[in-house]
Design a protein around this ligand. Structure first.
Ligand code: PBG
Length: 330
């Protein structure tokens, strides 16, 4: 690369006017890059604010279509469903995860009817359904890998049957992508995609999410025996490589902004559709600062999302999706 030299070369020339800045922009953020995570609840007639996530709600199914409709109208390609399961339906095995009439499945059927063109992403992990709040089943005090995978496969199948387009395993068990892929294919769900949470870290930034689902109080211990150590980067590349070999169509890094180095490495190394999740704690930090008037709302939202594109993301799961889509359209 030929490097210019001052004063012949002045890099500020290309920044002189808005039109020239637009011309030389290296990356673009579009509505097509946004995935909106949506919290759903049992019951009727409720749209409940989530205290630690200003602007986000947990809605009952009778309110779901109305809740999602503006996002569909704005052209957001897909939403990700997260169920708040009533404690009475939780048990140690996460039985409700495989119930074809669980909250996620009912929501998927309803949304497919209302908005056939909207992509639906279903989380696969047992934590919304287990009394202990872990993503798998526990044997001898340990989250048991293979027994958990068997239940995750059942969960993936009921989700696929209910109309979920993209199965998104967020559990971090070993081998779950290949087990799910095989089961989906055997049942004829050959077009159902898998977006694996390939490099998911044991992070403090999931706090508000667990509050939103009511799984915070339930969780016994931490998730460090299956979610990744924030100290590791090479291990993330192995996780991604294995998930791709097992049949993942898209991979995800999570959390997002503190892990953009991982996103970049995955993008560079593998060149596959790479996503990142701007998680609840990241949302809370930005939304909280916006609320206090400490940062400019519109610019902070768009800048945070552009950072993902620059790092190589095909798209971003973000609670700002509707707000960002509105800004991008306006
Ligand atoms: C559950 C799951 C979590 C998130 C997505 N799926 C929480 C966790 O692993 O404890 C976090 C999302 C967020 O914080 O926004 N497997």
């Amino acid at each position: 690369m030929a490097l210019g030299r001052y004063p012949t070369t002045r890099l500020r020339r290309n920044r002189h006017d808005a039109w020239t800045r637009r011309l030389v922009a290296e990356h673009a953020l579009g509505v097509g890059d946004l995935i909106w995570p949506v919290f759903i609840a049992e019951g009727n007639g409720s749209v409940a604010d989530i205290a630690s996530m200003p602007g986000q709600q947990r809605v009952t199914l009778d309110r779901l279509a109305r809740h999602v409709e503006p996002a569909v109208r704005l052209g957001i390609p897909a939403i990700a469903l997260f169920p708040a399961t009533p404690p009475a339906l939780k048990d140690a095995e996460g039985t409700e995860a495989a119930n074809p009439d669980n909250l996620t499945c009912r929501a998927a059927r309803l949304l497919k009817r209302e908005f056939p063109e909207l992509g639906l992403i279903g989380d696969v992990a047992l934590d919304p359904y287990t009394s202990h709040g872990h993503d798998g089943v526990i044997r001898d005090g340990y989250v048991a890998n293979d027994e958990s995978v068997a239940q995750l496969v059942r969960q993936a199948l009921v989700e696929a049957a209910s109309g979920i387009d993209i199965i998104a395993p967020s559990d971090m068990m070993d081998g779950r992508v290949s087990a799910i892929r095989r089961a989906l294919d055997e049942q004829g769900f050959v077009h159902t995609r898998i977006m694996s949470y390939a490099a998911k870290y044991a992070s403090a930034f999931y706090g508000p999410f667990r509050e939103a689902l009511g799984s915070d109080g339930a969780l016994k211990g931490d998730k460090k025996t299956y979610q990744m150590d924030p100290a590791n980067a090479l291990e993330a590349l192995r996780e991604v490589a294995m998930d791709l070999e097992e049949g993942a169509d898209m991979v995800m890094v999570k959390p997002g902004m503190p892990y953009l180095d991982i996103v970049w490495r995955v993008h560079e190394r593998f060149g596959v559709p790479t996503f990142a999740y701007q998680v609840s704690g990241e949302y809370a930090m930005i939304a909280g600062a916006i609320e206090r008037g400490w940062i400019d709302r519109d610019r902070a939202i768009l800048e945070s999302l552009m950072a993902f594109k620059r790092a190589g993301c095909a798209g971003v799961l973000t609670y700002f999706a509707p707000a960002a889509a509105e800004l991008l359209r306006g």
